[in-house]
Design a protein around this ligand. Structure first.
Ligand code: GAR
Length: 185
C-alpha cells in the first residue's frame, strides 16, 4: 500500500504510522510527506527518516485552487494508493476529493459526527459529554465528514481540561489510525 501523508504540525499520528510500518505491524510504504507549514515538527521528522518530503506553503499561492494544484502535482507523481491526512489543517476542495475519491483518510479528535472543526476536545468538555474519542474516516467535501472506518472511545473525567482530554484521546488516535490503515491494506 503506497501511502502519502499530509500534515500541518506536530506529526504524532504520522510518527505512529511510521513506527507501525517499521515494526512490521502495517504493510505500507510512505511514498511522500507534504506539509503546508515550513515549521511543522512533523516535516522535520519526515526528513530525518528519509522520506520524500515537500513544503507547499499555502501562503505562497494566490488561491486555494492554485495551492491544491501544486499538492496534486506532487501527489500524482508519488502515485499513492491512499492519502492520510494527519493533522492537515486545510479544507480540501471538491475537485481534490473527487480526484482521490474514497482514498483520502482523516483523523479527528472526537466521535464524529459530534464536534467537527477546531478545538473538538474543548467542544466535548463544553457540552459535558461523558464519552468522547477519535474517528478515522474517509474524506468527503464537508469538514470532518465522510464514511467512518474506525472509532475509539475515551471516557471524559469530571476534572478533565481540554488539554488532559486531548492527551488521552491522542493515545487512542495513534492506535486508530494504524488500525484503519491495516484494514484498508
Ligand atoms: C490530532 O489530534 C488530530 O486528530 C487533529 O489534529 C491533531 C494533529 O496531531 N486533527 C483535527 O483536528 C482535524 N480536524 P498530530 O500532528 O500530532 O498528528
Amino acid at each position: 500500500m503506497r501511502l502519502a501523508v499530509l500534515l500541518s504540525g506536530r506529526g504524532s499520528n504520522f510518527e505512529a504510522i511510521h513506527n507501525a510500518i517499521e515494526r512490521g505491524e502495517l504493510h505500507a510504504e510512505i511514498v511522500c510527506v507534504i506539509t503546508n507549514r515550513p515549521d511543522a515538527p512533523g516535516y522535520q521528522c519526515a526528513r530525518k527518516w528519509g522520506y520524500d518530503s515537500y513544503v507547499i506553503d499555502h501562503r505562497q499561492f494566490a488561491t486555494r485552487e492554485a495551492h491544491e494544484a501544486e499538492v496534486l502535482r506532487v501527489l500524482d507523481q508519488a502515485r499513492p494508493d491512499y492519502i492520510a491526512l494527519a493533522g492537515y489543517m486545510r479544507l480540501l476542495t471538491r475537485s481534490f476529493v473527487e480526484r482521490y475519491r474514497n482514498r483520502i483518510l482523516n483523523i479527528h479528535p472526537s466521535l464524529l459526527p459530534s464536534f467537527p472543526g477546531v478545538d473538538a476536545q474543548a467542544q466535548a468538555i463544553a457540552h459535558g459529554v461523558k464519552i468522547s474519542g477519535c474517528t478515522v474516516h474517509l474524506v468527503d467535501e464537508n469538514l470532518d465528514a465522510g464514511p467512518i472506518l474506525v472509532q475509539r472511545a475515551v471516557e471524559v473525567r469530571d476534572d478533565d481540561t481540554a488539554e488532559s482530554l486531548a492527551a488521552r484521546i491522542l493515545v487512542e488516535e495513534h492506535k486508530a489510525y494504524v488500525e484503519a490503515l491495516r484494514k484498508l491494506s
